[in-house]
Design a binder for this molecule. Sequence first.
Ligand code: XMP
Length: 512
Amino acid sequence: MNQTIAVLDFGSQYTQVIARRIRECNVYSKIYPFGTSAATLKADGVIGIILSGGPSSVFAKGAPMPDRAIFDLGVPVLGICYGIQLMGRLLGGTVARGERREYGNGTLRIQRPGRLFAKLPRQLTVWNSHGDKLTALPPGFVAIGTTENSPFAAIEDRRRSFFGIQFHPEVSHSERGVDVLRNFLVGVCGARQDWTTKDFIKHAVANIRTTVGKSRVLLGLSGGVDSSVAAALIHQAIGRRLTCVFVDNGLLRKGERAVVEELYRKHFRIDVRVVDASALFLRRLKGVTDPERKRKIIGNTFVEVFERSLRSVGEAEFLAQGTLYPDVIESVAIAGNPAALIKSHHNVGGLPERMKLKLLEPLRELFKDEVRAVGSALGLPREVVWRQPFPGPGLGVRVVGDITRERLDVLREADAIVQEEMMASEWYWKVWQSFAVYLPVKSVGVIGDERNYADVIGLRIVESRDAMTADWSRLPYDLLQKISSRITNEVRGVSRVVLDISSKPPATIEWE
Ligand code: XMP
């Protein structure tokens, strides 16, 4: 059992970032809704509590409040932003309504480094975003850091190991922010830093063995990072009692199916059943041009085909899914929090219930970067672990308009060239996504002396952190030139290549 740091979520858009930074320090963190009872935290054996920031004012009607008993648990508490204001309000200090919002970089001057700022410079650039601020210390506290705007930008109650900081140590604009967090975790809470990839794998393998017993597990392999890592992990635990199903929907990229067969079947010796349903998918998509209808048809057909193929694979007790931690966090809905989305937990179309399968989700405690680390440790190649995202509906939403086999083939060839050149130049690893789009327009070209009325391919290559916003990548002209000339020379039926220079918003990453 790993030592746990509880992050109480007051609705900050950075709550997950705090939890990730803690994990980067090799300490296990878990996000709890802000009102979680002290008894629950105690039962979970947490060794420290972090109060996140939040969009609310402590004066607002219905402002989110923690269970006051968390301050009596005898474990260290660190309040960040809204968290420090909560401490001020609940522990007997004074908080004033901010007249103006302090937003952006400021300078933190550290007067008493103590344990929180141990081994750090006396002056740090830190990032702030708050309205209210602490104006009088609660009893027992002293100020340990100040900013231009506040004499109480960082505070400490030594006896109880309570700390408050007005800035956000979790964001990258805060200089040495991770060191401040690490000081809290290790120096204050005494964390052993026992959260490592190797340990995770060891425990996960043991857990899967205990849970599954002598039964069998089915898994839908998409070739994406999450399902691939889940497959490798489960296979390590139960070997041939794992069966993977890979559906060829006819909308895959060039060589994708072959790679799955080669890597998982030959290299890992995983039992992979490839189901070729391309004819069915393409038949149902015939003449459909509306993107949302395409998505529905592809989604529904997938569930149908997948369910049928699972039945044919034989009896099993479990269905494995590559669900990750961000999918299971109960994000708290607080007005003003852009991240406040209650995620519906989506199983493949209610399939597990219909088939009376239990869910096995070995990655549900992990963030994406941790999944990648696990994948690498299990021997998955870089091409899988650092693979760019690929939409579920596949090339179905990259052939703009009517989907035909011919158009898919043209797109596949062009897209393969994009991938080859992006990889050869190493740009593939630097961008978020890079792919070709088939545009349903004909344009005039010449081959030799002949007029050539042919297809147009669009290049969509973007940078992004999370797909919510994106910008087109400034690739070197030489690379664009190479991609373009290879496509027009090598792909029959393409006479023109265009570059998409739209950012998101207002455009989206995909064309449909
Ligand atoms: P957009 O086009 O909305 O894409 O800017 C954002 C990210 O989501 C991916 N995407 C999808 N993924 N099913 C998926 O599983 C879909 O229907 C879908 N549409 C877009 C897209 O590739 C990008 O990473």
